[in-house]
Write a protein that binds this ligand. Sequence first.
Ligand code: P1T
Length: 379
Amino acid sequence: MNFATKAIHAGVEPDPTTGAIMTPIYQTSTFVQASPGQHKGYEYARTHNPTRTALQQNLAALENGRHGICFASGLAATDAILKLYRPGDEIVVSSDLYGGTYRIMTRVFQEFGLVFRFVNLADTAQLETALTPATKMVWIETPTNPLMRLVDIAGVAAITRAKGIQLVVDNTFASPYLQNPLDLGADIVVHSATKYLGGHSDTVMGAIVLNDDDTAQRLAFIQNACGAVPGPQDCFLVLRGIKTLHVRMQRHCENAMAVAQYLKQHPKVAHVYYPGLPDHPGHELAQRQMRGFGGMLSFELTGDSLADATQVMERIQVFSLAESLGGVESLCTHPASMTHASIPKEERAKNGLRDTLIRLSVGIEDSQDLIADLAQAIG
Ligand code: P1T
């Protein structure tokens, strides 16, 4: 099946008891057994829930993987993946990444003895210098949050595969509609399903998709043993959101391109970070690796003044000033004080993340209204 058909049908069947076309919200904590051990595949809802099963199968299909495993948030999914490793294991991480991912790595798992090395993997050559015999995993975002750098998934996979290192790709920004990391050689895909997959800013969830049976079994064990599972209502919302993922992503891409082009020519805008612009350093790679340039972009004003940037963020009206991304409504975020505040200022600066950077999640409203809003806000 092609993507749009999978988005609507994969993993989903009419409810066997009533024929309901929509997967019911199985709002139950337990399942009745006829005799000890004699059940219908479901025992206790932390372990399995039919609404979650449908979503997990759907997500696996969208990422061209064999196994889908859902968690209570994107960070709970990240937590489960990091629990695959042991003290002394080293993990190389692309240095531009969501602040919460940086935080769980440096302030939780580093304390348990995992070693993290942050390098700019937009330059694949930097990977080789960071690898040691103890490296067990490489973790990348592409496009990165919030600087929209592109990392060459197939290029990195060629190195990790040869050395038996696991490659994890956080595919939140692209969504499976625009990019399938498993097809490019990655071992594990992780999502904040809170974003494009859910698509309506009404739920928090995470997901992992992978092919390897043993690792999937271990992650499913962690899902049950540690218990960070999503509820059935949230699984329903994400399943429903996914049914329009392809249509939404098309409009996100169109609108983001229009907004990026507008900002690019604005005399008060110094820099626009959007892989769809021909002068973006990752533009060619994005054309090869992705099926569109996505709905996320960042920009800086001329003069590098925080007061000016703040004024824009206060003046916007169609865009809302808020953390998160990937919903139908446009959001504007200040990474330095919001999504990336948990990364120390010096680390942010080293990586090129300025306090004056403004990030936009371009929604699916009318693009002319979005541009008019930015025009009045920037002045
Ligand atoms: O918020 P949660 O569902 O736990 O997902 C964490 C996460 C993981 N990976 C990426 C690339 C993310 O962007 C996020 C969450 N990000 C935001 C809330 C944000 O505004 O950037």
